[in-house]
Ligand binder design. Structure first.
Ligand SMILES: NC(=O)C1=CN([C@@H]2O[C@H](COP(=O)(O)OP(=O)(O)OC[C@H]3O[C@@H](n4cnc5c(N)ncnc54)[C@H](OP(=O)(O)O)[C@@H]3O)[C@@H](O)[C@H]2O)[C@@H](O)CC1
Ligand SMILES: Nc1ncnc2c1ncn2[C@@H]1O[C@H](COP(=O)(O)OP(=O)(O)OP(=O)(O)O)[C@@H](O)[C@H]1O
Length: 402
């Protein structure tokens, strides 16, 4: 009787295993089917965009015609195959451009292009599953800000990979986040690697700290993520790691670095072995990007300078005078999602003449500044990053959906 019972339990465990395996296969097939469907939809939008673009290029006009003629329908595709469009972009986005307002408007219209439509045909996860590598005993706010911002921008799932002692604290801030207490475990890299096939974007650094062991794990995770061709945003202590070992990310075209002034100075001096020329930030940011293998860089400040080494774009949307800690985490979390959307749109041929990482970076900078401005209007001097996060929905709508 006991043996029969054992056999029965073994068989039912096996049947359960089979069921879950088949279910996993079914979900993966469904994922692939929906992704193909999504790519087809994007392709159709691209063809429509080309129709609109050719109508607008038939008219004598300015760069603004590129974005403004398309309002009634899908936004235009800016194609590198169209020399006149490329020339317009060269002129407006080139280093030393005088028409910043026009430039900002035009690149904002590219950001609008990459935002995936909200339709009832999608399932959970398709608009983005983002991972944050960060969160340790000292810093629990930073990874929370980055992860919740990713969700509020429109990712479907947001994972935080942090140390054991930070996990319960981060979970207690929000039931929306999936929190993995693995960053300081002996097999941290394997634990995180298990999730990589399911992630569309990775943000490394918010609240990571600077312990050697955690930085080593972050480095190995970056290597595994690059091998899977997933967009990576590196911020805060992730930049500390890059300053010590630039080759970890050098030349990775889906990588974006988001240094503040201090982080930028450290990185610049590590690569160029001389102090940077603080009278010309645009030149310095361009030089550093080239030295990093044309990696996309965002130098944050009164104006944000964004470059992939070919041109410098500046984002100077009005924010406020309030500089509370955590704004950079809102920026990097949002950028993780936008980078995924931009590279997906680029793969579908929807943006061609501007680097998708640059489009994503510009979108995230604009959004952060808009949130800062809106939160400041309500809270003034007492504005905090949590107040800014409350504004993400309406700021996003105002900038990218109107
Ligand atoms: N709630 C949380 O959990 C938060 C946690 N956070 C986490 O903290 C960790 C360490 O990050 P970090 O930014 O404090 O370190 P680091 O880059 O060494 O800066 C240190 C010094 O640099 C200077 N400095 C900074 N900016 C400058 C500028 N624009 N221009 C000029 N100088 C500038 C300034 O020097 P001071 O003015 O004090 O002389 C500053 O004291 C990291 O993991 C991050 O994610 C944050 O995200 C916030 C919310
Ligand atoms: N002087 C400024 N005026 C307007 N906006 C600014 C100014 N400085 C920074 N910002 C904006 O604030 C955001 C975060 O930049 P900041 O320099 O605060 O990053 P950080 O130091 O890395 O932040 P964190 O506190 O998260 O570590 C950027 O999007 C940038 O556009």
């Amino acid at each position: 009787m006991e043996k029969l019972m054992e056999q029965f339990l073994e068989q039912s465990a096996q049947a359960e295993d089979n069921f879950y395996r088949m279910e996993e296969q079914r979900l993966q097939a469904e994922d692939r089917r929906r992704e193909a469907e999504h790519a087809r939809e994007l392709h159709m939008l691209q063809m429509l965009g080309q129709m609109f673009a050719s109508i607008s290029s038939a008219r004598p006009g300015s760069a603004s015609a590129l974005s403004k003629t398309t309002n009634p329908g899908p936004a235009p595709v800016i194609s590198s195959t169209s020399p006149s469009h490329t020339r317009v972009f060269e002129r407006f986005y080139g280093l030393g451009s005088t028409s910043h307002r026009g430039m900002e408007d035009d690149i904002l219209s590219l950001v609008k292009n990459i935002v995936p439509p909200l339709t009832s045909k999608k399932h959970k996860g398709q608009d983005g599953r983002i991972g944050i590598i960060g969160g340790c005993q000292d810093y629990t706010g930073a990874p929370y800000f980055a992860a919740i911002s990713a969700l509020k921008v429109g990712a479907d799932l947001s994972h935080v990979f942090c140390t054991k002692d930070a996990a319960a604290v981060i979970k207690s801030y929000s039931p929306e986040l999936i929190v993995h207490p693995v960053l300081d475990s002996p097999n941290a890299v394997e634990e995180i690697e298990k999730w990589l096939p399911r992630l569309h974007g990775l943000v490394v650094g918010p609240g990571l700290g600077r312990e050697d062991l955690l930085l080593k794990t972050a480095k190995e995770v970056i290597e595994k993520t690059k091998a899977r061709d997933i967009p990576i945003v590196i911020d805060a202590d992730g930049l500390w790691l890059i300053t010590q070992q630039p080759s970890v990310i050098q030349g990775y075209q889906k990588g974006i670095l988001t240094p503040n002034f201090m982080e930028f100075t450290r990185l610049y001096e590590a690569l160029h072995h001389e102090p940077m020329d603080s009278s010309d930030y645009q030149r310095s940011v361009m030089q550093l990007s080239v030295a990093m293998g044309n990696l996309t860089l965002v130098l944050k400040g009164e104006q944000d300078f964004i470059t992939d080494g070919s041109k410098v774009y500046s984002c100077s949307l009005e924010g406020s005078g309030r500089r509370c800690g955590g704004q950079g985490d809102l920026l990097s979390g949002s950028m993780g999602v936008l980078a995924h959307w931009a590279h997906a749109a680029s793969a579908a041929g929807m943006i061609r003449s501007v680097n998708p990482s640059v489009v994503a970076a510009f979108g995230a900078c604009s959004l952060t500044r808009q949130c800062n401005s809106q939160a400041f209007q309500q809270h003034g001097r007492s504005t905090t990053t949590s107040d800014m996060i409350q504004e993400i929905g309406s700021a996003f709508k105002k900038l990218f959906e109107s």
